[in-house]
Design a protein around this ligand. Structure first.
Ligand code: G4P
Length: 528
């Protein structure tokens, strides 16, 4: 297979959902279809149980499991599928946002009873910002849930989707009979007694075929015919072009737990989902088919063994072929690095690889040099766009509890921030360090890891901050900007990239500040 064919057969995507909608179950079923695992239950749930907010063993387990499930690769019908795992726990949402910078498409899982939930809205917003093509899978059809059309409406209203149903349920919950597949124009019947079997599809030539009455009964057949008519009238025809431009979202229905509708989803996915796409860098657009290798770090994972403080950096390959033992240029450090044992990830194992292609993820060992967002190339100074930091939700001062260990604490904080565990802000006025996180759980993770991995003890001090806003000005000499810096000096900090951040203590004061300084722009994310 040549280089271009290797690129064309790759699909790198993420599955996102509100916790409990069925992301883990769906991932597992996809792996089963791909022959990557032999039985259900092989992919351990990597969720931190909701109650275990201070159970450090759980945190450690999560970290351990998430290395092995960070990338799940398998082959299906000649297509190389790379699923990038995203943490289920909402406190780790920032991790998910970053993983979304490395995917070419996503599947959103929705619980039929709960519809669009809060976490889904946030994640979809990030996908939309990055124009990532989205397929929707409405899960748990074996349970009572919302009406199919109501759910389609909800997707349009809450997520701003332009939906295109490619399958539709026949009944639901107790009355669930199966699915009509509008994509392949066939019927799949649900067998209650044989839940783990992959259902066979029944070809019907057209929806008005009288055989439908025999298969699902007269009443259900009449209803289905009406529903398909409505779908044909109300919803647009599927357009691959619109889907790829994030202007249309195909929707499938099914039940991951029952293996139902999953194969249909997968078959459609491999035929419509995009192969590795062009990536925008600071200077130019980089095509996967370019000869020269380029890639970026989207995730860093601390090694589980505290004695060896090396880490695993996950690089998404953007262009060219990544080769083992070849020196590559690290753009930020202006230095070459060579990797003697890059790892590729498969469903149940990781392996050292000699070559990897665009779309693939390699894990390389790092002794503390790399940061999320770092680029590698064969010499060109590429900086990839699209790894922003978002305003954290929780803020606390971090204090050193052991003056003898201040160096260790500083190093620990630095490295944990590079890993993306949380964000560090340093107040301009007095140099105090503030940690910002998405969920409260991270504060405990940081405290625990600083102590166990770096031998440093810290405490926190509460701080009333509403949001961190990155400040944009046309010029540092702008009079408003100078005035703002002087007047708000108590609330001004620098982030890890020395960008100026306004830590506003309430939505009211943020609004007032915006009004007072109309030429300045305040952003909730670090890239604008
Ligand atoms: P998540 O990764 O999105 O958080 O969800 P996960 O797959 O862990 O699924 C959450 C719960 O929903 C699990 O039950 C799972 O078995 C169930 N589930 C997933 N798909 C379906 C489906 O199609 N139908 C039904 N009825 N249930 C489904 P649990 O009791 O929380 O966990 P477990 O003990 O079954 O592992």
């Amino acid at each position: 297979m040549n280089f271009i064919e290797e690129i064309a057969r790759r699909r790198t995507f993420g599955i996102i959902s509100h916790p409990d909608a069925g992301k883990t179950t769906l991932t597992e079923k996809l792996l089963l279809f791909g022959g990557a695992i032999q039985e259900a239950g092989a992919v351990k749930s990597h969720k931190i149980k909701k109650s275990a907010t201070s159970d450090f063993m759980e945190i450690e387990k999560q970290r351990g499991i998430s290395v092995s499930t960070s990338v799940l690769a398998f082959n299906y019908e000649g297509i190389k599928i790379n699923i990038l795992d995203t943490p289920g726990h909402k406190d780790f949402a920032e991790d998910t946002f970053r993983t979304l910078t490395a995917v070419d498409s996503v599947i959103v899982v929705i619980d039929v009873a709960k519809g669009v939930e809060e976490q889904t809205e946030k994640l979809v917003e990030v996908c939309r910002m990055r124009e990532i093509p989205i397929i929707v899978f409405i899960n748990k059809l074996d349970r009572e849930g919302k009406d199919g059309f109501d759910l389609l409406d909800e997707l349009e209203k809450k997520l701003n989707f332009k939906v295109c149903p490619l399958s539709f349920p026949i009944g639901m919950g107790y009355d669930f009979q199966g699915i009509y597949n509008l994509w392949e124009k066939n019927l799949m019947l649900f067998e209650e007694e044989n839940k783990q079997k992959i259902a066979n599809s029944i070809k019907i030539n057209e929806i008005n075929d009288p055989v439908l009455n025999d298969l699902i009964g007269k009443t259900a057949a009449k209803k289905l015919i009406e529903e398909v008519e409505i779908i044909n009238e109300v919803y647009p025809d599927f357009s691959k072009e619109d889907y790829l431009k994030c202007k249309q979202q195909p929707v499938f229905f099914g039940s991951a737990l029952n293996n139902f509708g999953v194969k249909e989803l997968l078959n459609c996915f491999i035929s419509i989902a995009p192969a590795p796409m062009d990536k925008i860098s600071d200077e130019r657009i980089i095509k996967p088919s370019e000869d020269k290798f380029s890639g970026f770090v989207f995730k860093i994972h601390a090694n589980m063994d505290p004695k060896h403080r090396d880490r695993l950096a996950f690089i998404k390959i953007v262009s060219g072929i990544f080769k083992r033992n070849t020196p590559y240029f690290h753009v930020r450090l202006d230095k070459k690095f060579k990797f003697s044992s890059p790892n590729a990830f498969f469903a149940e194992k990781k392996e050292i690889v000699d070559e990897s292609y665009p779309g693939d993820i390699v894990g390389v060992h790092d002794s503390g040099n790399f940061k999320i967002g770092d680029s590698f190339s064969e010499g060109e100074k590429v900086i990839f766009k699209g790894i922003p930091s978002f305003s954290p939700e929780h803020f606390r001062y971090i204090n050193n509890l052991d003056p003898m260990k201040s160096k260790q604490l500083a190093k620990g904080i630095d490295q944990l921030m590079d890993e993306g565990v949380a964000q560090l802000f340093i107040l301009e006025m007095n140099g105090r360090k503030i940690i910002g996180t998405v969920g409260a759980l991270q504060f405990e993770v940081i405290q625990y890891r600083l102590e166990h991995e770096y031998g440093a003890k810290c405490s926190y001090e509460n701080l009333n901050i509403y949001k961190a806003c990155w400040v944009e000005t046309d010029s540092k000499k702008n009079k408003e900007f100078i005035d703002f810096k002087k007047l708000k000096s108590k609330f001004i900090a620098k982030d890890k990239n020395q960008q100026l951040v306004f830590l506003s203590d309430s939505s009211f004061s943020l609004e007032m500040t915006k009004q007072k300084y109309p030429t300045l722009k305040f952003h909730y994310k670090s890239e604008f």
